[in-house]
Design a protein around this ligand. Structure first.
Ligand code: FEO
Length: 397
């Protein structure tokens, strides 16, 4: 890879991670990038570093632009280790005059690296620093994605360096939105939102409202993962507005596990009931065949989330509990729910599924369906009815 000039004298100098497939439990089937940016002005500034193990890629790209020893400031927009893992080595090498971070970033850096001797400069929202021809304005963006997160905005270039926000986990040799398939790009961005930021949607709504009301003019958004929004930054801002509002479409997802296919037969009957009432977009997602992060991506714009599990050892199937723990943490909103499952003798799973729905504040369209052992055509009718009642609730909402 090579350094890429994204604006005059502003460069992408990050690293492409082609081979990682897991990002703390999120399946990144096409790798990711750790984007870092460099401004060459009267002061030379590096924005963020890269994950530990990728320092040589970062250095290789910086060397193509400037001698790393000439870097004056490091701005660390986010302390999570995918952006700060190589910070100690970079500081040893560069010996920067300032390490600029948010107030919460300062605390987090001390807690991660235990180096009170580093030359910190704490920047709050509204603070700025002059570089020569350019200025950096700082905006704290707490919880997007950690309490320490902040944006750096360069008004002279109308450039927003947005840390995790507006990112995607996708390793590519291209650097810009207009160089890749826009549908694939938006699919990666949606998966990223569903799995990283959904929980923080109320904060995203507030931030977008602020940008709309008083916000800076944005010509380019340069996130810390994936492609840079050069051609149409409005497209990702509008998508974030929809996702943060948790806008749902007429789509149902049936998330289930099955032991000997009884619960699977029930899932198919529920799907048939949904279709009978005009819901044509229905996905059946077996939790041991679909990664939890892909299931969450499907849930993002679904109006109904229907859960199915047999009872195993008086509990849900363990893979179902995994997905539901994850889903509950991400707090999907504006959904209608329902639950079903087969059982052999005790049948606790249905109650547990309904409890998950209650905890997620997803109203159940009805009490749910439990079938002992193997369903028949007659008993499957209850599952068809379940699907129909969910569809009727969807049609009313
Ligand atoms: Fe890309 Fe929250 O780190």
């Amino acid at each position: 890879m090579k350094a890429v000039e994204i604006k005059p004298n502003i460069f992408w100098v990050g690293a492409v991670d082609w081979n990682s497939r897991d990002f703390h439990g999120y399946s990144i089937k096409k790798g990711t990038t750790y984007n870092a940016y460099l401004i060459r002005d009267e002061k030379t500034v590096l924005f963020d570093t890269v994950r530990s193990g990728f320092k040589n890629d970062l250095l290789h790209h910086i060397h193509q632009v400037v001698d790393p020893a000439k870097i004056d400031y490091i701005v660390l927009n986010h302390v999570e280790l995918d952006h700060s893992g190589s910070l100690p080595e970079m500081i040893d090498l560069i010996k920067p005059e300032k390490i600029i971070c948010s107030p919460m970033g300062h605390k987090a850096l001390l807690e991660h690296f235990h180096r009170p001797d580093w030359p910190y400069m704490v920047a709050k929202t509204g603070d700025s620093i002059a570089l020569g021809k350019r200025t950096i304005k700082f905006v704290e963006t707490r919880m997007l994605h950690w309490p320490d997160s902040m944006f750096s905005y360069i008004p002279e270039d109308k450039l927003l360096i947005s840390s995790d926000a507006f990112g995607q986990h996708w390793a590519t040799s291209e650097r810009f939105d207009d160089e890749v398939d826009p549908h694939e790009l938006m699919a990666h961005a949606a998966k990223y939102y569903a799995n990283i930021l959904l929980l923080f949607s109320p904060i995203v709504q507030k931030l977008l409202a602020e940008i709309k009301a008083n916000g800076p003019e944005i010509e380019m958004i340069a996130p810390d993962h994936g492609l840079i929004w050069r051609k149409n930054p409005t497209a990702i801002i509008e998508a974030y507005q929809r996702w943060a509002n948790q806008e749902a479409r007429d789509k149902a997802v049936i998330v289930y596990d099955t032991m000997w296919h009884s619960t699977e037969k029930m899932a198919k009957a529920v799907a048939s009931g949904l279709q009978q009432e005009g819901i044509n977009s229905v996905s059946l997602l077996h939790v041991r065949k679909n990664h939890r992060s892909d299931i969450m991506t499907e849930v993002l714009d679904a109006k109904a989330v229907i859960l199915g599990s047999p009872t195993l050892n008086n509990n849900l199937m363990p893979a179902m509990a995994d997905v539901l723990t994850y889903m509950k943490g991400l707090r999907p909103k504006n959904k209608i729910g329902a639950a079903f499952g087969s059982y052999g003798w005790s049948g606790e799973a249905l109650k547990q599924l309904n409890k998950y729905l209650e905890d997620m504040e997803i109203p159940a369209a009805q009490d749910g369906v439990r079938i002992k052992n193997v369903p028949t055509h007659k008993t499957l009718k209850d599952c068809v009815e379940l699907g129909r009642s969910v569809a009727q609730a969807m049609n009313k909402s």
